[in-house]
Ligand binder design. Sequence first.
Ligand code: FAD
Ligand code: SF4
Length: 507
Amino acid sequence: MSHPTPDQLEADAAARLRELLPRVAALKPRERMAIPSQRMPEQDPDARGRNFGEVALGFGEAQARLEALRCLDCRSKPCIQGCPVRIDIPAFVQAVARGEYRQASDVIKRDSLLPAICGRVCPQESQCQEACTLAKVFKDPQQAVSIGRLERFVADWERQQGMGVPSVKAETGRRLAVVGSGPASLVVAADVRREGHGVTVLEAFHKPGGVMIYGIPEFRLPKAIVQLEIDTLTAMGVEIRTNFVVGRTRRLQDLLGEDGYHAVFIGTGAGLPKFMTIPGEELVGVFSANEYLTRVNLMKAYLPEAGTPLLPCRRVAVIGGGNVAMDSARTALRLGAEQVTIVYRRTEAEMPARIEEVAHAREEGVVFQLLQNPVRILGDEHGRVRAMECLRYRLGEPDDSGRRRPLPIEGSEFTMDVDGVIVAIGNGSNPLLTSTAPDLATNRWGNIVVDENGKTSMDRVFAGGDIVLGAATVILAMGQGRQAAAAINRLLAADGSRVSRSVSRAG
Ligand SMILES: Cc1cc2nc3c(=O)[nH]c(=O)nc-3n(C[C@H](O)[C@H](O)[C@H](O)COP(=O)(O)OP(=O)(O)OC[C@H]3O[C@@H](n4cnc5c(N)ncnc54)[C@H](O)[C@@H]3O)c2cc1C
Ligand code: SF4
């Protein structure tokens, strides 16, 4: 597939837009549907497979307006129902079509605080775009209005204008501790701080941002974008304390007791890697995807001067078929591996990774070995990985997840030469905090149990994001943060009125 340059794509769109704009008010649905879906400008695959620069480059103005003109402004607005935080999608898309980007941004920000991030990483193809009328008419989700790309365009436009700092109400004297600094926590911190309450974010790592900083690689989500959101919080007066592990540095009970916080939000995510528990997983050269990506994204382990360098690998197998597996495989390529193979026990149709990420990985040269799974990892005399023994699979009846169950084919063993294995088969919740807070109710997977307001079994303690949902998505974490923040604001406001009533009685 040839890759047109961003300038070519923008010039083509500008020519088409010039032709359509004079009669835009009279455009019929048929004419709107005849506008071709705009292709995302991207770095050329041959070059990008070896650098960490962002792969998707973003629409230019003409591409964005032309794409927005495809929207039919449907009366039933099915796309809104597909959006987990219910952004008024037709309203923002119509504003883009008119070139009113500030208005588009205001519409999005009513419901989503992190549009530059969501526009890049949300699985729109299984949310708003899946529900879009155009996807149904063309029987192809790729033909939906590119809502995510338009969201990203608007957010990037706003960033270029210089983002202001949201206003904060007068100080109330009430204080919230937010544990973790992923998307759920950032949303809580912003929403609660805006009401004038003091907010302190406590983060275990040396950098805030959660998975958006340590997990999702730079080539999909530039760290500067996440950092800007964190800088905005700091400018609003949110205090961020890093290298602070709740459960070790302080316990949950200490925060509410001696430390004097009036409420706590827990957004500690799902950062505990799962392993296959097969022989050889302890060998040198076997990584969990978490460790691998964290060492690269956060500790810059690929730099010669890095304190904890990463073992160089030439032939890497990545086990799994989700976004984390794709990110690991594409990172391994960028670190110089000669061959990177995704090993997945089902077929591509069952892969949980975003279609776009699978396509990008393939374009960059990642090899897919499907219906296969390792049964043991083999080492050399130095305890380093040298090969992986795998089995072939076929698909049986659907299992509990609704996907067809992979069944091993007896006697189908074969060996694959590899010197690096990255295990990307999922994450669970880290028990560090929960095990030191016995009153905090959890379910059998270790996730914190909350009510519809994000309230946990402990008084004044709320939780949201992956620590509640299990490994999920940025937008769902944000949505939970929003809900919990509203309940926390109600609680702290009620505290405030109680305090002022008792002061006036004492007076
Ligand atoms: C590699 C990868 C790729 C992904 N790709 C996508 C994608 O494309 N699209 C998408 O929507 N989602 C994606 N996800 C999932 C998404 O990133 C998560 O669902 C989301 O980040 C969860 O947000 P959260 O706020 O619950 O916490 P997290 O982002 O997990 O952050 C939790 C934070 O809490 C900190 N913490 C943990 N325990 C403690 C403690 N005891 N004390 C203090 N701090 C603590 C952690 O260090 C971390 O910084 C991906 C996940 C991974 C791992
Ligand atoms: S469903 Fe699609 S076409 Fe209809 S209003 Fe939403 S984005 Fe526009």
